[in-house]
Design a protein around this ligand. Structure first.
Ligand code: GLN
Length: 445
């Protein structure tokens, strides 16, 4: 069924590679296992994987020319855990190059289209992973979220996108963008599926020392309570000019609905909100410039063949291999980390990051969750913001908060605008309190 759907919808540009024969073989194998009563917890679930996660003997390119022809020698821990529970991996999915972007337009393989309106972007960077779920090309996708890349596309495509706490899921086998922000997360139709996938992917791993040693609860079995909560929101953000009218109306309607369901709304003041985007972009660019130095033409993928010495080999390979957005971030990141500016930018941003975390922790003394729209507007047109970097960055205003502080955050569909474009609703929970967050999300979805 899914293989047929993928072929019929090839114009969406979702899959970079489909593992057709392998998927069918695997399905037969799993059928036998099920017949013998030995099927895993996810037996037969069909999963698409964003092209940033390693899968042994399969291509891995982070949608970049620089990794042309590269095949993984091992499998990401999160993906291996899914395979061990008998999922079928149907293919790898397009995304913004090295997960840098908010529209899927920065891919070396061209943009992916939103299934609700093919002239619009699906969001990014896990844009294709969200469309795959939206257009019914697989049961669920696994993406990565450094500043909103799972939640923002989920919102643009009307599906569920979940970013767990930093360190909840091992990053082993995830192509690094900004290591202190990167999280793996599921994109699904339901909160139940997100809970189930999280429970299987999460937990300690000897290959990633930043993974939490906290026990992993059985999230999927504990989605039953429907308590009433204290729910915080930033009123100033809802009054800001940059917020699209229909998105604002949909968010206010949702708040009203929550109030009527017995929850208490709490208005919060967050003057530091204006520092979120600068802090996020300074730190992620710094980390990216360091992480991406490994693509030197020697170890992975593409290599220039005309270079006459080592330095030329680096320059030519990187010049040819990286796209414009990635180059820009490497250059800005190197500048931010340079001896003369390190303290002014990098150290300062680290301090602001700490302050924002403290302030947010304070909010959670008062409230159980903080809610907002996931994005300031629904999906924009392909090409609409590609020449306007600031506009593109502003689209991340609500999502980066969770990554700056490392807290879990989910986007669930809220409503649709007049043109039928999905509008998402975002819920931020307390660090490592995924269970409570998923419970609440399920009950208001
Ligand atoms: N749009 C953000 C960026 O370009 C988020 C990307 C992500 O979460 N990977 O950095």
């Amino acid at each position: 069924y899914f293989l047929k759907r993928i072929k019929e919808n090839a114009d969406l540009n979702v899959f970079l590679e489909v593992y057709e024969e392998e998927a069918i073989e695997k399905a037969k194998e799993i059928d036998k296992k099920i017949a013998n009563g030995q099927g895993g917890k996810l037996a037969g679930m069909v999963i698409g994987v964003k092209d940033v996660l390693a899968h042994k003997d399969h291509g891995l390119q982070a949608s970049s020319k620089i990794l042309e022809g590269f095949k993984s020698q091992f499998t990401a821990t999160a993906i291996q855990r899914l395979i061990d529970e008998d999922v079928i991996i149907i293919g790898r999915q397009n995304c913004d190059e090295f997960a840098m972007g908010s529209s899927n337009e920065n891919s070396a393989f061209g943009p992916t289209k939103n299934f609700a309106d093919k002239t619009r972007v699906p969001g990014g960077s896990s844009g294709a992973s969200a469309v795959a779920v939206q257009a019914d090309l697989c049961h669920a996708s696994i993406g990565s979220d450094t500043g909103g890349s799972v939640r923002q596309p989920a919102s643009f495509c009307g599906v569920v996108g979940f970013k767990p706490s930093y360190g909840r899921i091992s990053r082993w086998g995830l192509a690094a963008y900004a290591s202190s922000f990167d999280c793996i997360g599921p994109i699904t139709h339901s909160v139940d599926d997100a809970a189930l996938l999280l429970e299987i992917m999460a937990g300690q791993d000897e290959f990633d020392s930043t993974v939490s040693t906290l026990e992993v609860p059985k999230y999927s079995e504990n989605l039953t309570d429907s308590k009433t909560y204290k729910i915080g929101y930033f009123k100033d953000a809802l009054d800001s000019e940059g917020l699209d009218n229909e998105t604002k109306a949909a968010t206010l309607a949702k708040l009203e609905e929550l109030k009527n369901a017995g929850h208490t709304l709490v208005e919060l003041k967050f003057p530091q909100m204006k520092y979120l985007l600068p802090t996020y972009y300074i730190l992620t660019m710094a980390e990216a410039s360091s992480n991406l130095s490994r693509y030197d033409g020697i170890r992975f993928g593409h290599r220039n063949t005309e270079a006459k010495n080592l330095e030329e080999l680096y320059k030519k390979t990187r010049g040819e291999g990286f796209g414009a957005e990635v180059k820009k971030r490497i250059m800005l990141g190197s500048f931010i980390l340079s001896a003369d500016y390190y303290d002014a930018y990098y150290t300062k941003a680290q301090r602001v990051r700490r302050k924002i975390k403290e302030q947010t922790q304070g909010f959670f003394d008062e409230v159980d969750f903080i809610v907002s729209p996931t994005t300031p507007s629904p999906a924009f047109k392909i090409g609409e913001k590609s020449d306007n970097q600031i506009q593109m960055f502003l689209a991340d205003i609500f999502t980066v908060h969770a990554n700056v502080i490392g807290y879990p955050c989910i986007s669930i569909p809220n409503s649709k605008n007049k043109e039928g474009l999905p509008i998402g609703f975002q819920i931020l929970g307390m660090e490592f309190k995924e269970e409570k967050l998923l419970n609440f999300a399920k009950h208001i979805h």
